[in-house]
Design a protein around this ligand. Structure first.
Ligand code: HEC
Length: 240
């Protein structure tokens, strides 16, 4: 393995990107000791010219719990990538979640095995709602009501072409959509979730007042939206 890394770093130094400083990736020993990173990172670097190296002090992190984007499971947990502030981390996240990245993870020879199939077991698909619904209502009013109708009180506000929260709540996978709203169009252009999203591209700053939130804020909004339906039980949902 040492030899392989040496060869790869020689290859990398022949490329014009070699001058670029490597991007450090921190991971707890439970992951670092499996050898997965040594298997993964050189393959990513060869493909993209972006050097990522294991580094306990790295700005990008693979953590054994949320927040972050769930990327693969193994060693008993789901690993979440927290990209940190470096824009190159976005490339890495894209690669990890691409077909080729996923195949690379799934084909890790072990002894530990990793899988990118993160489908939850059948019995516990119901979301665990732990957030504070009242806080979620406030946050929705502050951050989302600029565009979305979020409740009865403001049904005449919002932007007409934007689905209301009630309409979104009626969808089967509403919780999935709300949990990941920040990666769904149009939000990435103006939304930053601290510690989860990469900073705006400096050449493409947010076109409108940016929406800045903490990861826990999403749990609160989820609790608010979950309760929204309960409040409507008995009366048919008013869809627009
Ligand atoms: C600047 C306007 C704007 C703001 C602010 C905004 N949204 Fe949206 N959102 C939209 C539009 C427009 C769509 C519809 C996108 C489409 O249909 O392609 C949307 C769609 C969504 C969807 C459905 C996405 C999908 O792919 O199914 C969710 C969930 C959502 N928004 C949640 C939120 C939450 C939560 C907030 C506040 C924290 C928020 N939005 C703030 C404009 C906005």
């Amino acid at each position: 393995m040492r030899m392989l890394l040496l060869c790869l770093s020689l290859l990398a130094s022949a490329s014009p990107l070699a001058a670029q400083e490597a991007l450090g990736l921190a991971a707890p020993p439970a992951l670092a000791d499996t050898g997965l990173l040594q298997y993964l990172l050189p393959r990513f670097s060869l493909k993209t010219g972006v050097r990522v190296v294991p580094d306990p002090g790295g700005t990008m992190e693979l953590a054994d719990a949320a927040p972050g984007t769930p990327v693969f499971a193994g060693a008993g947990v789901t690993w979440h990538l927290r990209p940190g502030d470096d824009p190159r981390a976005v490339r890495f996240l894209e690669w990890l979640t691409s077909d080729i990245g996923r195949r690379t993870i799934d084909s890790f020879p072990g002894p530990a095995t990793f899988t990118t199939d993160l489908t939850p077991p059948e019995e516990d698909t119901a979301p665990e709602i732990t957030g504070d619904a009242a806080l979620g209502a406030d946050l929705s009013r502050t951050h989302c009501a600029r565009c979305h109708v979020i409740g009865e009180a403001d049904r005449n506000k919002g932007i007409g072409s934007t689905p209301s929260f009630a309409v979104l709540r009626a969808l089967n996978d509403w919780d999935e959509r709300f949990m990941t709203f920040y990666v769904r169009a149009p939000h990435p252009a103006f939304t930053q979730i601290q510690g989860i999203t990469a900073p705006f591209d400096i050449t493409r700053p947010s076109p409108i007042a940016p929406l800045l939130m903490q990861p826990e804020d999403i749990d609160a909004i989820l609790a608010f939206v979950a309760a929204m339906n309960a409040a409507n039980l008995g009366a048919p949902l008013q869809l627009q």
